[in-house]
Design a protein around this ligand. Structure first.
Ligand SMILES: [Zn+2]
Length: 377
């Protein structure tokens, strides 16, 4: 028999240490990230029915829903389930021949350029959505910039800016971002209201190279994209985002992230890491109360889970260099600028899926309108 493991696909990441019959030993590839992180993705091609055991050499490799699996080459994803996890670095997979013999396994549900293209093609011909190239990455790849604006709608509009994948492995966050955009393009009342009031700009893949190459992205040396918001950024995407934002009068910005892989309130709930500035902490409290009402049962959010500045990991010592949201608050005088953390797998005891996180995105979009109404500005 000859089980094959492949990583030569978008987002692929693993070293094959050993394949011994039904036993596979793997190591996630840290690339140029410091310390330990947990992103991995590989394709297995099975040719013999049986129960396979995959062991990672690093201890924290699996979410509380087990690995995510795709039977259609990464297009759609489901959780294999925690029952297949024997330790946080070991899972088993029964290949019974009823599903595809090619299975992609990943630490979470991938959101790759394919998924963004699928979203864009669903809205091809939309008079509201346009795309351009923000800049080129270090590896000379085009970095997408999406723009939603209803030019037929008269009157002044406020600027909203959304981003994800400053840490490229944080894929679940981009499903929420897609949910926000989808809502803003919708034919319903919420969609019309959003387009009437706002111009939305969006950079879905702030670290485009990392998304495509399947890097960890988190804790890149000498620092990662979300610690690069200083006077002399080293990443072209960050410089381009800064230049773009400095040219706008911003109303609302949100930078979407995912936390660590499992365990505890601040890895398995949706939450906001609170800002340092007291005024922005107050604004966050207001927005959080609103989002709590709108958040769907299948991807719940509770304001009590927010992590105030100065507590947990959210302390000054964790910020060697400004984050995207902190830089916006400092430089752009927005009326709201926050990062949100969306778990990879479980939120307040509920198993997340691509669709449920898109629904959370819709709730964020609805909350922007209500927040704007309440603030009356
Ligand atoms: Zn992050």
């Amino acid at each position: 028999m000859s089980l094959k493991i492949e990583t030569a696909f978008t987002g692929g990441n693993v070293f094959i240490e050993n394949i011994n019959g039904f036993d596979v030993l793997l190591t996630r590839d840290m690339r140029n990230s410091e310390g330990d992180w947990f992103y991995w993705a590989f394709r297995a091609i099975f040719d013999k029915i049986g129960e396979y055991r995959f062991t990672f050499t690093s201890p924290h490799s699996l979410s509380s829903c087990g690995p995510a699996v795709s039977y259609d080459d990464g297009k759609t994803w489901e959780w294999l389930g925690f029952e297949c996890v024997t330790q946080r670095n070991i899972f088993t997979y029964k290949f019974d021949g009823t599903k595809s013999e090619k299975v992609i396994f990943c630490v979470g549900m991938q959101y790759l350029p394919y998924h963004l293209e699928r979203f864009l093609s669903r809205h091809e011909g939309s008079p509201y959505l346009s795309q351009s190239i923000l800049t080129y990455s270090r590896k000379n790849r085009p970095v997408k910039h999406l723009h939603i604006e209803d030019t037929s709608c008269p009157g002044a509009k406020k600027h909203v800016f959304l981003s994800s994948r400053h840490h490229c492995c944080e894929m679940m966050a981009t499903y929420a971002l897609e949910g926000i955009l989808e809502t803003a393009l919708g034919a319903d009342e919420t969609g019309r209201c959003l387009r009437e009031r706002y111009i939305i700009d969006c950079v879905p893949f702030a670290d485009t190279d990392g998304v495509i190459d399947g890097d960890q992205g988190k804790n890149r040396r000498p620092h990662d994209h979300n610690r690069d918001y200083g006077e002399q950024p080293i990443y072209p995407e960050v410089k381009a985002i800064q230049d773009f934002l400095l040219s706008k009068k911003l109303f609302f910005t949100m930078d979407l992230h995912c936390p660590w892989i499992y365990s505890g309130i601040h890895n398995e709930t949706v939450y906001f890491p609170g800002p340092e500035e007291a005024i922005h902490e107050e604004l966050l409290k207001i927005f959080a109360q609103i989002l709590e009402k709108h958040a769907p049962a299948e991807a719940p959010f509770f304001a009590v889970n927010n992590l105030p500045f100065g507590t947990g990991w959210n302390t000054k010592s964790n910020y060697q260099g400004l984050t995207c949201s902190a830089w916006i608050r400092k430089m752009c005088a927005p009326q709201f600028a926050q990062s949100i953390e969306i778990p990879y797998a479980i939120a307040s005891g509920v198993q997340l899926t691509a669709d449920s996180v898109r629904a959370l995105g819709r709730a964020i979009a609805e909350s922007i309108i209500e927040y704007d109404d309440l603030m009356g500005n």
